[in-house]
Design a binder for this molecule. Sequence first.
Ligand code: DX5
Ligand code: ZN
Length: 226
Amino acid sequence: MASEFKLAPSILSADFANLQLALSQCDEGGAHWIHVDVMDNQFVPNLSIGPPVVKSLRPNTNKFLDIHMMIIEPEKLVKPFARAGADLITFHIEATDDPQSVIDLIKSTGIQVGISLKPSTPLSDIEPYYDQVDLILVMSVEPGFAGQGYIKRSTERIQEIKKKLTHQCLQDRVLIEIDGGIKLHNAKEVIDAGADVLVAGSAVFGTDDPAQTIKDFYNLGSTAEH
Ligand code: DX5
Ligand code: ZN
């Protein structure tokens, strides 16, 4: 098992009245990234965070801000999120008729670009863009809510993407992120399958001691190495 994975706690499961606490817990636990779920109540049936919140987070953390846009017309919010301090913006392939222009737009702001797909969207829809993105976000639940169960076949999707990336010699350049239903008990499975970044919302912020839980994730990586 590779021990070099990044944990990206999703603040969707944190207390929105005290995001500073969530940032401190991520610091204390040693999380690499902060995952920010952006929902518009159109692409998904939920409404969450916009650029002003990211702007407020930015001066309070030096962690990598990983923005997951679950919105229609993603091109309209790329610049506002980039200006607010995003380090990477991921958009959904299902949310646009012109993925190439969204990729180009995100790149033009100087930050990294990710592409994502829902559990039922064929991988072939995103394959043409593998050599143009920094990250592929595999949804392992239906986007919209934290706290859902991991969709088991996502593990094979990670393996399939890793295989294709390796075939194109892109495996060290393009990260695979897995998002939805990740817990301590299935983290090893997705890392072994090839995931480089693990998003965890309820598994981190739903516990009494989120900082310790983050450490538990990383300990899992180092102790499981054989
Ligand atoms: C779901 C979001 C996820 C969510 C993960 O649409 O994209 O990032 O916050 O939450 P858990 O880890 O609880 O499934
Ligand atoms: Zn997410």
